[in-house]
Design a protein around this ligand. Structure first.
Ligand SMILES: [Zn+2]
Length: 375
């Protein structure tokens, strides 16, 4: 390696130390929110005690859930990064519990100015063995701090039993609380009862789809579980599909025409080299679309049947049965076979599919977050 290369590497290291200062690279868990709001907000944690106690729990507007550290040695923190300076008037931190026991003696609110520095040390009073004073609600009045990022830092001696837990972080800008979440998404539930989010990247938005010359724009639901067991069960052509939220049916392909495998292959080859800029019937098969009248449209693809009452213009309620899962529009159906049955489900928000422009890792986290928060 010549010296030019070495000095270039040195320069890159220096730049990355400036861009990711003070251990930011060690953050183990993160969530990027605000994809459908004004600006992305990145929330990170030093560690997390499994998926049920991920860092997303501090901003889910649910005091019953909490972020918890993994219990390993060392200080812990949660960082909130707005990406640009915001005028913060106050921050409220709700201390969390582990197995009903308090976890925190104090925390430090830190801001970043080349390195993290302590702005306030907040002591948390306890009541007896099980309680926090004021339920653990600690308000820090900032009277207008102009910052792009802050951190709730929990030193080792601030933890009661080696774990740190926070149930909620509220951020106020003026009198309004910052929302991390597009409220319209709260109404959306999975259209398959007890459905599982997919495991494979291939089944998420942005996965490539060469046979239609483009990208996948929804999630593929292949499995669900029964009332008695969490074992995954495959969808079949009799599995009911339900409306994800109330709305108006804007498309219902009662007149769907089956195509044979030769025609299917011909189209698949054609679209590989001629990516469509306009396609109405491209491998989605028998489809239903529902307009939820708030900028959100959901679509249900590859159905084997559509219920007779599901017609264009019809108003339907959340959870209304719309048809059954299937493989229409896919090679399996074109061949007259039963393989490939699943529900391809899309959520369109303000004219873009949900997940557009996001990395695969972020897409997965976002979908998990949405359906964990679904009402
Ligand atoms: Zn799909």
């Amino acid at each position: 390696m010549n010296s030019k290369k070495i000095s270039l590497i040195f320069l890159i290291c220096c730049i990355s130390m400036i861009l990711f200062p003070a251990g930011a690279a060690e953050d183990a868990d993160y969530l990027i929110t605000g994809h459908n709001t004004a600006r992305n907000i990145v929330i990170r944690a030093s560690s997390s005690y499994g998926v049920n106690n991920g860092v997303n729990r501090v901003m889910d507007f649910n005091r019953d859930t909490c972020w918890m550290s993994d219990g390993k040695a060392g200080p812990q923190w949660v960082t909130v990064d707005f990406g640009s300076k915001r005028l913060i008037t106050s921050i409220v931190v709700h201390a969390g519990k582990k197995d009903n026991y308090p976890t925190l003696k104090y925390f430090k609110l830190q801001f970043l100015n080349k390195a993290w520095f302590d702005h306030t040390v907040v002591r948390i009073k306890r009541i007896g063995a099980f309680g926090y004073a004021k339920g653990g609600r600690m308000e820090v009045d900032l009277a207008g701090v102009d910052a792009s990022t802050f951190r709730i830092f929990i030193p080792v001696d601030a933890m009661i039993d080696g774990f740190a837990a926070i149930s909620e972080i509220e951020i106020y800008m003026g009198s309004s609380r910052l929302t991390f979440y597009d409220d319209r998404l709260k109404g959306i539930c999975l259209p398959i009862r007890n459905g599982y989010l997919p495991r494979s990247d291939y089944s998420y938005p942005n996965a490539p789809r060469s046979y239609r010359g483009g990208r996948h724009s929804g999630i593929d639901i292949h499995n669900y579980h029964t009332e008695n067991s969490y074992d995954p069960v495959s969808l079949t052509e009799t599995t009911p599909v339900y409306a994800a939220d109330k709305g108006i049916v804007i498309r219902a392909d009662h007149d769907y025409v089956h195509i044979g495998i030769d025609e299917w292959k011909r189209r698949a080859v054609y679209y590989q080299t001629h990516p469509g800029t306009y396609m109405r019937n491209a491998f989605g098969g028998r489809e239903v679309w529902i307009d939820h009248r708030n900028g959100i449209v959901t679509t249900y693809n590859h159905l084997s049947s559509i219920d007779p009452g599901i017609k264009q213009g019809r108003r339907i309620s959340k959870g209304k049965r719309i048809g059954t899962a299937g493989n229409s529009g896919l090679a399996g159906e074109a061949e007259g076979k039963m393989y490939g049955i699943h529900l391809h489900f899309e959520i369109w928000i303000d004219g873009n599919y949900l997940g557009y422009g996001m990395s695969m890792q972020d897409v997965r986290k976002y979908y998990q977050w949405i359906f964990a928060n679904a009402r």
